[in-house]
Design a protein around this ligand. Structure first.
Ligand code: T46
Length: 144
């Protein structure tokens, strides 16, 4: 289990962004390939998410992403097919990097939460595993 957790921490980890704070407030910035480990091809955001909603529930064959709570908070449940963990996102300066072949589920969105995602690829439905059993089969075969 310890070894699995070490592998998972390579696949999913928090990235801290540079932030300038002065009496006018805070400024945080992100540069592709500098502060996130890929060129940014796509940005999308989730907002007005009902508190009882569950999002995600899939894995990606090739996509890498960094997920931020720009406002409010939510929970990200992570599963690499061998072990599971969870993270709370609640800071606009700390993004959760999620590598390819990681099952993710999001819930417990606070009122007014805004989730912004930086993605390494354009949207492609064929990149998704939407069935957990297909994901587990691929992990066990070492394929994607
Ligand atoms: C992820 C979590 C954090 C598009 O047309 N373009 C896009 O860039 C995206 C992200 C989605 N869509 C369409 C596909 C679906 O018909 O928007 C609809 C809702 O997408 P989905 O059900 O996949 O949304 P979430 O919130 O469950 O998952 C999304 C991302 O898809 C996923 O990559 O990791 O946010």
């Amino acid at each position: 289990m310890k070894q699995e957790n070490q592998i998972l921490s390579q696949e999913v980890r928090f990235l801290e962004l540079p932030t300038f704070t002065d009496p006018r407030g805070n400024l945080t910035f992100i540069e592709g390939e500098q502060h996130v480990p890929f060129p940014i091809r796509r940005v999308y955001y989730l907002y007005e998410v009902p508190g009882e909603a569950k999002r995600g529930g899939h894995a990606h064959r090739d996509l890498e992403q960094v997920v931020f709570a720009l406002s409010g908070s939510f929970r990200m449940k992570i599963d690499n097919g061998h072990s599971k963990t969870e993270y709370w996102l609640n800071s606009p300066t700390k993004g959760l990097y999620i590598n390819r072949m990681i099952w993710r589920e999001m819930d417990n969105f606070s009122q007014g939460a805004v989730c912004m995602v930086l993605a390494s690829q354009y949207y492609t439905e064929s990149d998704y595993f939407r069935e957990y059993t297909d994901f587990i089969d691929a992990v066990e075969r070492g394929s994607k």
